[in-house]
Design a protein around this ligand. Structure first.
Ligand SMILES: Cc1cc2nc3c(=O)[nH]c(=O)nc-3n(C[C@H](O)[C@H](O)[C@H](O)COP(=O)(O)OP(=O)(O)OC[C@H]3O[C@@H](n4cnc5c(N)ncnc54)[C@H](O)[C@@H]3O)c2cc1C
Length: 425
């Protein structure tokens, strides 16, 4: 639903003819829209999950989404061959499992169709093309004022669901402007088709960088990988089951360090010593590293074998670029036709949320780590920011809905009416 169209349906001012003009005229103040339930910013998996959990508790929510569709990250900024990295049972949203006929690792198209069905099933109708420019708590009235280009939405609760992947991280290299070939972020990469027979340098070795390398191989390109930091690469499966599922099961019985030692031992047996391939392991184990620093281990989907056979070359950090050349910190200089930046994303929350209690201004993530960090002050919540993927989203969406529902059922509606009078006057 478009932003203006939605307001026509929901704006009590409009229905009572109190407001007769729209704010598309820049000289007019933004139109004010009352939202009895929470405002959710972002219609990705986290925003949809929060709205569905609220609906289940009988609380209506309004979702504001900057794009013209749900799950814009998955629709527009992911590559064609993408599949969920984790088995489907760890990626389903609350109250609706994946269809049984979906594969264990659903494709991007499967996941998108699941999200469409999810929105339909819970009758979620986000307001599209509604980018939130600012959200600020008004202490005088006790309400949040959430502004888009054309409207001001007012509510007692704001749920931030704009994701950890809102903005591309694009590193700067000396000589970047001189480089002759294209330099693109993975958010713009669809497939290796246009890189056939080209020498491509992939910068960054998380799950995306590794998978893009493999994709380039499949399209007869010649990929190389820049590995700047140490990292854990684990097999996607161990003993016929997913490494992720096995780790979760083991953690129920054993301390994290013992599970890490077990994972590293099995990885060593299955993959050999990865440091011989230029992939040094960090001192902390994979699960401990994830739990303390949020750094996700790479689950190998076949890239390691290509590195081992020399099809994919590994380079250290880039020193500088020039024309078609890339110079590395170890002194090597090689020619490349294109550079793909698999350098990740970050949150955009500090650009629009006027609150420094829940979110850090540095990285745009909650200051408190999991399992805290989902609830701030004055009815502010965060879902999908704990570096725990869709599993984390599920937990937080459920917690938030329960918390808001308890307020809604006791005093929420009453306070809403009082606040409405306050802001009216
Ligand atoms: C390539 C890739 C593969 C992944 N694979 C997995 C996986 O297998 N399993 C897993 O658990 N996780 C995976 N993830 C992590 C992934 O981020 C989450 O699974 C999921 O997309 C997070 O959902 P989200 O709703 O929190 O954020 P997003 O999907 O990023 O959705 C946020 C939404 O907010 C909107 N938005 C942003 N700013 C504003 C604003 N100011 N106003 C209005 N709307 C706004 C955006 O347009 C977007 O639609 C993957 C991520 C990537 C990049």
């Amino acid at each position: 639903m478009e932003e203006v169209e939605f307001k026509k349906l929901h704006d009590p001012y409009l229905h009572s003819n109190m407001i007769t003009s729209t704010s598309t005229n820049q000289h007019l103040p933004p139109r004010r829209v009352w939202v009895p339930g929470p405002i959710i910013v972002g219609a990705g998996p986290s925003g949809l999950a929060a709205a569905a959990c609220l609906k289940n508790q009988g609380v209506p929510a309004m979702i504001l989404e900057q794009a013209n569709c749900i799950a814009s990250l998955w629709q527009f900024r992911t590559y064609d061959r993408l599949r969920l990295h984790l088995p489907k049972q760890f990626c389903q949203l609350p109250h609706m499992p994946f269809p049984v006929d979906f594969p264990t690792y659903p494709t991007k198209q499967h996941f998108l169709s699941y999200l469409e069905s999810y929105a339909k099933n819970f009758d979620l109708n986000p307001v599209f093309n509604a980018r939130v420019m600012s959200a600020e708590y008004d202490g005088e009235c006790g309400f949040w004022r959430v502004k888009t280009k054309v409207s001001e939405y007012v509510s007692q609760w704001v749920i931030v669901a704009t994701g950890e992947n809102a903005k591309e991280v694009v590193p700067r290299f000396e000589g970047m402007n001189e480089f002759n070939g294209p330099i693109v972020h993975t958010s713009c990469y669809k497939s290796g088709e246009c890189f056939q027979h080209k020498s491509v340098l992939v910068v960054g070795c998380g799950n995306s960088g590794m998978e893009v390398c493999l994709d380039l191989c499949n399209f007869n390109a010649f990929p190389s990988l820049v590995v700047r930091d140490s990292l854990h690469v684990l097999p996607q499966h161990m003993f016929g089951t997913s490494t992720f599922g096995l780790s979760i099961w083991l953690l129920k019985w054993l301390p994290i360090r013992i599970v890490d030692q077990f994972l590293l031992l099995v990885s060593r047996i299955m993959m050999g010593d990865t440091s011989r391939l230029g992939l040094n392991r960090p001192k902390l184990g994979p699960l401990e590293l994830k739990s303390i620093y949020g750094k996700t281990p790479v689950l190998d989907v076949g890239t390691l074998a290509k590195i081992r056979t020399g099809v994919i070359k590994v380079y250290p950090k880039i020193k500088k670029l020039s024309c078609n050349n890339v110079e590395f910190v170890d002194g090597r200089v090689d020619k490349f036709d294109a550079i793909i930046l698999a350098t990740g994303y970050r949150s955009n929350v500090p650009t629009w949320l006027k609150d420094t209690n829940l979110f850090s201004e540095n990285d745009g993530l909650p200051k408190k780590k999991f399992p805290e960090g989902w609830k701030g002050e004055h009815g502010l919540y965060a879902v999908g920011f704990t570096k725990r993927g869709l599993l984390g989203t599920c937990i937080e969406a459920t917690q938030i809905a329960q918390d808001i529902a308890s307020q809604w059922n006791s005093k929420g509606r009453c306070e809403f009416l009082q606040g409405q009078t306050c802001i009216h006057s």
